[in-house]
Each structure stands twice: as C-alpha cells, then as structure tokens.
Design a protein around this ligand. Structure first.
Ligand SMILES: [Zn+2]
Length: 291
C-alpha cells in the first residue's frame, strides 16, 4: 500500500506555526529576556515517589510524576511507512502514514538542560526524537547523552537557528553541514533527519540541496506544537491523528513563564493520554537508506 506524505500545503501550514510557534514569539527560543519575578514552580515528583526502577508502562513511574500511563505502543512495523533514499531529493514530512494509534514526540533546540527531565524520561521510557542546534547545546553536549542512551535519536537543527530562507546558498550549506559534523562527532552517529528552524524554507529547492549535500535524508516538520500547558493543532478539530508528529522544545522556566520542562512535558503526555494515543519512536517508522 502506498500512501503519500509531506503534502506541500501541510508543510506551509507547519511553517506558519513556527518552531517557537505562537504568533509573535519569533525567535524567542534563542534570546528570550529573563522574565524576572516569575519563580520556578516546584518540580512535579511528589515526596512519596516510589523507588522503583525501569518503570514498566502503567507502572509506578507514571504515578511518581502525577501522570496516567499511556497505552503501550504497538511493535515497530516491519515494513516502515517512510523509506529514505541514499541519493536524490529528501522528502519533507509532518506526519507518518500509519493506522497505528500512535503519535511521535520531537524535542527541539536544546536550551534547557534540566536533570529532572532525564530522570523523567528514564522513569517513563517515552521515546523522543531530538533536533539539536549546535550553538545551543555546545556548552553541554553531555546533557543529551543519557537521553540518547535511552534509545532516543539525535537529529540536525542547524548551527545557530537562523531563518533559512534568508540565507545565501553557502551559508545555508554551512548551517546544515557544520551542525551535522559537530553532532556526528559528539554523539557518534550521523543525524538521519533535519528540521529547519520555524519550519522555514522546508520546501525550497535550496534547502533540500543543502540537506542532501550534508547528509540528512529527510526533512521533518510537525502537525502539533506543544506550548506551556496546551497543544496547538493544525487540524481545525484540534484532535490528534495516527502518525502525527508533535513539536516540543527543551525549554525551562525562563521560556515557559516559570513552568519547568518536566511540567510542560507532563502536560504534553496528558494531552496525548486524554486522546488515547501511545507514543511511538519516530525512527521505528522511518527506513534509513539501504544498499
Ligand atoms: Zn528550533
């Protein structure tokens, strides 16, 4: 069965929503002035947290974070619905064609490096895909290694988070290639996927060419964007659909009006749980180039 994906119109909608989505926020993820006077809230875990390790789905790990467990994701499909090629133009997609009742969570930029979030993902084992920006993570590449060790993949989100459509071809090239080199060196594996900041320029030939030249084999956008407490949907009915890719960020109190990364992520999981979806690993549905 063949299904199409990466409809240009969806990509355009995604671009409007932006990486630091929310109208008027612009490049807030890069340089948000401190919001003085909004103290961080207490972290989510209760003092009665159990000491159980390797929490199974539905186990104590979820209760520790005040959450209801998500359904367990089905086994990864043997025939992966998105197949990447070794050469040629790379596909642009914002959802995965699947009937599985799953969504995919992506985390961008890398500004917030909250140890509590590592603890949370270690407890919950929710798969995420990380799109990291070199200059935002280079002060502490190590923070992301325990997250990677949980099986989560690291992908390319440029050197310094520019608006890609405004760049000359050589700069476009270095934004993708220099990030690719740094992330490959730091994390021991070459990023398979790329996401342009704000989704900008995703469908342009110039960006596609730069991505092809630098190594990633797919450009990933999104269908929903997690804010502080709520999700922004591109679908007018404001409902998740099987295969949707959700955008969230490594953000903390400075960017979340005092809210913590773990609180934001807990709310994201609650929005998914309310709609009966499981979170699957994006890379389990994407076939890297073969042959
Ligand atoms: Zn971003």
């Amino acid at each position: 069965m063949k299904r199409t994906y990466g409809l240009a119109v969806l990509a355009l909608l995604a671009a409007v929503s932006g990486c630091s989505s929310g109208a008027g926020q612009g490049a807030a993820s890069l340089s948000t002035p401190g919001t003085a006077g909004s103290p961080a809230k207490a972290p989510a875990p209760s003092t009665a947290a159990p000491t159980g390790q390797g929490a199974a789905p539905g186990g104590a790990g979820w209760a520790k974070w005040g959450l209801t467990a998500l359904p367990q994701a089905p086994a990864a499909p043997a025939d992966k619905p998105i197949k990447l090629t070794r050469t040629g133009p790379v596909p642009v997609f914002s959802e995965v064609p699947t009937h599985d009742k799953v969504v995919f969570v992506t985390l961008d930029d890398g500004a917030e490096k909250d140890p509590k979030f590592v603890e949370m993902l270690t407890d919950l084992k929710v798969p995420v895909s990380m799109f990291l920006t070199r200059d935002i993570v280079k002060d502490d590449y190590g923070y992301f290694k325990p997250l990677q060790a949980l099986g989560n993949h690291i992908h390319n989100h440029t050197v310094d988070h520019p608006v890609m459509s405004k760049l000359a071809p050589d700069k476009l090239h270095s934004e993708v290639c220099d990030a690719q080199s740094a992330l490959t060196q730091q994390y021991g594996t070459a990023p398979l996927l790329f996401r342009p900041p704000y989704g900008d320029g995703a469908n342009s030939a110039a960006l596609n060419t730069a991505v092809q030249q630098c190594g990633p084999r797919g450009i990933v956008l999104w269908r929903e964007s997690m804010q502080i407490h709520d999700m922004q949907y591109q679908a007018t009915d404001k409902k998740l659909r099987p295969g949707d890719i959700i955008l969230a960020h490594f953000r903390g109190p400075k960017d979340l009006k005092g809210e913590t990364m773990t609180a934001m992520f807990g709310e994201l999981l609650a929005r998914i749980q309310e709609q009966g979806f499981a979170v699957a690993r994006l890379e389990d549905y994407v076939q890297p180039p073969t042959g």
